[in-house]
Ligand binder design. Structure first.
Ligand code: AGP
Length: 612
């Protein structure tokens, strides 16, 4: 949930650190800081955004070609200057930036206090850096790297760290366990960061660290080993991040840009996989495991947040077409309930970032129990992508907005391809229906473009409801998860208490909430649930609910019953979620803008939840 960056090379470190922190800010943004070595170690820390740190630095003396930086999402210790990273050890010999949670920090802290150590912050990180100093002082033969290894050997929990030692200023020591870290290789310089995005433009190759790895970076070389000092093989990958992908372009926010990127993203996701000319689907990442998938007796789809909503839609798709029983689980529940998993089970893990702690824990649990584990992930080279047996990248490109949009529709696209392919291989779908869905899927990006043209109309609807405190989203069938997702978008960026419900559930309690002050957003396109949704609308209308309906183009009935409506093009029922979510993304976006919320960096949230 925090962002880490480090630089060592021929140039001043500051520009690399401050720019990297700006790219990492989506991972956490309650405080930021950096440490620079310029003959001596200087630490600069500020509560607030990276821009606040940048302003603060304008009035400071600093320099140096080696440095580390951090942008924080608070776990231990409230956001403050004092709790901001980097943290220095008591005598200033070690300085650290850390992403993760040291679970046994209290016990370690007590031991250090008994050895005469004092602490300036409330963080678990300060315990770790003092532990390093403590070991460093245990003998002249102990170097900084040894001290880091010894300290990490005492730690339970998760970490992605970068460390400077004032006595050994020619290197940065970094290590990871449970929090992502990658080494960037550039000309005459090395960087280390929580994700490669922060190093884009400075490097052309990358090495992704695995759990248990430790690296010593120098200005012209790096040494990779395990934290128990064993050799580790180095896998160098070329980096394919295009700088242009990272800016906001002409949009006011990354989220709005990413909402509007969805037609192109879907085309990218489909490219090479959807083959209308052959009336077929090719999922190259699953070729090696397709026979096991085809004969699997149960599929469990696991994820968090928006990825869990995509999993729910995946359940409808796979059961509808491939007739394989599917269960959907929150990763945070699945990992702790000792689930019954057999070797004929397939566990699909969905994650945009590929670094969500709960989802990675679920992956390890499923793998340990003998299941085939498949990843659906957006970040190339992420832990999920590397640790699953096989997988499919969503190819949504870098998603900066904390509220996931294009990654969600890319996940749905992949799940649709998978469900159809599985059905074809299992002969549970006829060639006509298969071809029909392939051809219709190819046309969905253009239909999304048509919906995006209604952004201005949706903005006017948002203006009417910008001051409400609650709202309800209703859907049936594969649009019930869309209602959940629409409500999550509204919750997380406008802070309105929005709830998604299965429309059929309203009469079992939630309808008591309905009055003239309550916006009720209903997904009522022409599908098999149309008549039932029409009844749900009438039930709400009879109680003066303020109805906003997502309807099929040309539906001249429901539009007469509701306060506002947004039309979406007709498509096959299985593909409607890909269209139904678009108006809800825009409704949440415009509402958040009216409420002057921080759309791209909502309060209390971070883009990648790499801690429990
Ligand atoms: C989505 O808008 C949220 N930011 C959040 O629910 C997110 O989907 C969840 O944390 C899972 O993230 P992941 O897909 O990267 O695993």
């Amino acid at each position: 949930m925090c962002g880490i960056i480090g630089y060592i090379g021929d140039h001043d470190a500051y520009p690399f650190l401050i720019k990297g922190l700006k790219w990492l800010e989506y991972r956490g943004y309650d405080s930021a800081g950096m440490a620079l070595f310029n003959g001596h170690l200087s630490i600069f820390r500020k509560m607030g955004k990276v821009a606040d740190l940048e302003s603060y630095m304008q009035n400071q003396e600093f320099g140096g070609k080696t440095g580390i930086g951090h942008t924080r999402w608070a776990t231990h210790g409230e956001p403050s200057d004092n709790n901001a990273h980097p943290h220095g050890s008591m005598n200033g010999w070690f300085t650290i930036v850390h992403n993760g949670i040291i679970e046994n920090y209290a016990e370690l802290k007590e031991g250090l206090v008994n050895k005469g150590y004092s602490f300036r912050s409330e963080t678990d990180t300060e315990v770790l850096v003092n532990l390093m100093e403590y070991f460093y002082n245990q003998g002249t033969e102990i170097c900084a790297e040894d001290a880091v290894m010894l300290a990490l050997s005492k730690v339970t929990g998760t970490y992605g760290i970068a460390v400077l030692c004032s006595q050994e200023s020619d290197c940065i020591i970094a290590a990871r366990k449970g929090s992502p870290l990658s080494i960037g290789i550039g000309k005459g310089q090395f960087l280390i960061a929580s994700d490669a995005t922060a190093m884009a433009g400075f490097i052309n190759q990358v090495v992704h660290l695995n759990d248990g790895d430790l690296v010593v970076l120098k200005k012209d070389s790096f040494t990779l080993k395990s934290i128990s000092n064993k050799p580790v093989s180095v896998k160098i990958s070329n980096i394919d991040i295009h700088i242009g992908d990272i800016g906001k372009g002409s949009f006011d926010h990354f989220m709005l840009k990413e909402i509007h990127e969805q037609p192109r993203v879907m085309e990218d996701t489909l490219r090479g996989r959807l083959q209308p000319e052959k009336s077929d689907i090719m999922l190259g990442g699953l070729i090696s495991v397709m026979p096991d998938l085809v004969k699997s007796e149960r599929i469990i789809i696991v994820g968090c947040g928006t990825s869990w909503h995509a999993a729910l839609i995946g359940e409808y798709l796979i059961e509808e077409f491939a007739r394989i029983p599917v269960e959907v689980e929150y990763a945070s529940e699945f990992r702790y309930r000792n689930p019954v998993i057999g070797k004929n089970d397939v566990v699909i893990l969905i994650s945009q970032s590929g670094e969500t702690a709960d989802t990675l824990a679920a992956l390890r649990l499923a793998r340990d129990k003998g299941a085939l584990v498949i990843g659906i992930c957006n970040v190339v080279g992420s832990t999920l992508a590397r640790d699953t047996d096989a997988g499919i990248y969503t190819h949504a490109g870098i998603e900066i907005g904390v509220a996931s949009t294009k990654a969600f529709t890319a996940q749905l696209t992949v799940l649709t391809l998978l469900a159809l392919k599985l059905a074809w291989e299992r002969k549970t779908i006829g060639s006509l229906q298969y071809t029909q869905h392939i051809n219709e899927l190819a046309g969905v990006p253009e239909k999304i473009r048509q919906i995006l043209l209604q952004s201005e109309k949706i903005r006017t609807i948002a203006e009417k409801h910008k001051s409400v405190r609650n709202s309800i989203y209703l859907g049936r069938g594969n649009l019930f998860p869309v209602a959940l997702e629409g409500a999550l978008k509204m919750k997380e960026i406008s802070y309105i208490h929005a709830e998604g419900y299965a429309a059929g559930e309203m009469k079992h309690g939630p309808i008591a909430l309905v009055d003239e002050h309550l916006p009720v957003i209903v997904l009522a396109p022409r599908d098999e649930n149309y008549e039932k949704m029409a009844s749900s609308i009438q039930e709400v209308k009879a109680r003066k609910g303020n109805l906003i309906a997502i309807i099929s183009e040309g539906d001249n009935d429901i539009r007469e019953w509701v306060n506002d409506f947004i039309e979406i093009p007709e498509t096959l029922p299985a593909l409607i979620p890909l269209l139904g979510i678009i108006p809800l993304q825009l409704l949440a976006y415009h509402t958040a803008v009216y409420r002057e919320c921080n759309v791209d960096q909502p309060r209390n949230l971070a883009k990648s939840v790499t801690v429990e």
